[in-house]
Design a protein around this ligand. Structure first.
Ligand code: ATP
Ligand code: MG
Length: 378
């Protein structure tokens, strides 16, 4: 179904998925006076614990989906891979935003690349690999990525030549993959933006991202980027949002290569590189998501300070016991976010720290120093 008049509090906002992105969106919705309902199988999931109602069931459980669809005025999602059939089922019963079509494109790298090429948006050299004897015309080294179900660098392997690529393809389960030329990245940036059903659009300042082992480690805002590339990044994000007829918050990840931008991928939801907006923007990306999917006017995307930086807190930090939380907040201008996850596994996103200052560089130093203090012997 598609939007018409605004959905106003105390209507019910539904969330398929119960992770940290859902948790903040639920908090934003509740702050605005909406009732909230989460469908998520893990009874301890971050979003379930803050929602008015948590349906503890599988994402494809028909009874739970029916209840979610019938009780919610609008439903959105928060994780990489909501099953397409579940979204279609919900879409027949109530308003789903972003649309199942937009989500299905963004969650399949083969579809996503084809969509970007069709829309005239710039992507790096790539080929689709779907057979054991594939020999695509691509320069190596390259990166083989499963078309579906990858996140945080999972489902990816660097390969040096065609025979290594074919071996990797079999190891990864002989599933459809995208093979991308390994690019010499000058930087990685992302645009978190929102679009409403009547075509309204706005974007937060461009964020600059550093990944470690395929996982986002650091986001600094505003990105250190020329005016031309900054404008181009926002223009390309608008192009993506319009071509998807997108409703909600989305993030577009870019590679900076040879002084120009290539689209890496699209996230059909709020994004880790937008977490700084919780503390250093007039409107958080999560409130923006609720506004967009409910058909309300979009909020102000301006920063409240000149510079912001966010560092992720992964489960590895717990290796030597509980991190020194109080120490991380010494010196001020720093906010701690923990998602309430109980098992701190290595590589698992447990929380983040955001710092702000009068310059981006100062904010970055502050955020990094705060994270280092977490490991201070207590
Ligand atoms: P996330 O969920 O964190 O967005 P993901 O698992 O969807 O990650 P990608 O965004 O495709 O994966 O890749 C993760 C990181 O690996 C990129 O941010 C980049 O640092 C590196 N990377 C991916 N593809 C390439 C490439 N073609 N050339 C160079 N580096 C790459
Ligand atoms: Mg990515």
């Amino acid at each position: 179904m598609s939007a018409r008049t605004p959905i106003l509090p105390p209507a019910t906002v539904g969330m398929l998925g119960g992770g940290q992105l859902g948790r903040y969106a639920v908090i934003a919705a509740r702050t605005m006076g909406y009732r909230t309902m989460v469908l998520e199988p893990d009874p301890h999931a971050p979003a379930g614990r803050v929602a008015d109602e948590h349906l503890v069931a599988a994402y494809d459980d028909e009874d739970a989906l029916r209840r979610l669809g019938d009780e919610c005025d609008v439903i959105t999602t928060e994780f990489e891979n909501p099953p397409a059939a579940a979204l279609d089922f919900l879409d027949r019963r109530t308003l789903v935003a972003p649309s199942p079509r937009a989500v299905s494109i963004a969650q399949d790298r083969v579809k996503e690349k084809a969509f970007l090429v069709d829309a005239g948006l710039p992507v790096g050299p790539y080929a689709v690999v779907d057979s054991a004897d594939a020999d695509p015309a691509i320069s190596y080294p390259a990166i083989l990525k499963t078309a579906r179900l990858g996140y945080d660098g999972k489902g990816q392997r660097g390969v040096a030549d065609a025979s290594e690529m074919r071996a990797a393809w079999r190891l990864m389960g002989s599933v459809p993959c995208v093979l991308e030329q390994a690019l010499d990245l000058q930087a990685e940036v992302s645009v978190v933006a929102a679009r409403t059903s009547d075509g309204g659009f706005n974007a937060y300042p461009v964020a600059e991202n550093t990944h470690v082992d395929g996982i986002l480690d650091l986001t600094v805002v505003p990105a250190h980027l020329s005016r031309r590339l900054t404008d181009r990044a926002v223009g390309l994000a608008l192009g993506v949002a319009d071509a998807l007829d997108y409703v909600g918050v989305l993030a577009v990840e870019f590679f900076v290569v040879d002084g120009d931008l290539l689209v890496n991928e699209i996230a059909p939801r709020p994004h880790n590189s937008g977490h700084w907006t919780l503390d250093v923007a007039q409107t958080s990306q999560f409130e923006q998501q609720i506004r967009a999917v409910c058909g309300l006017p979009l909020g102000d995307v301006a920063m409240t300070r000149k510079g912001a930086a966010m560092v992720n807190l992964l489960g590895d930090l717990w290796n030597d016991g509980e991190p020194a939380w109080a120490a991380s907040l010494e010196g001020g201008r720093t906010a701690l976010h923990l998602y309430g996850k109980t098992a701190p596994r290595p590589g698992r996103k447990m929380g983040h720290l955001t710092a702000w200052d009068d310059h981006r560089e100062a904010a970055e130093l502050r955020a990094e120093a705060a994270r280092e203090r977490l490991s201070r012997p207590g």
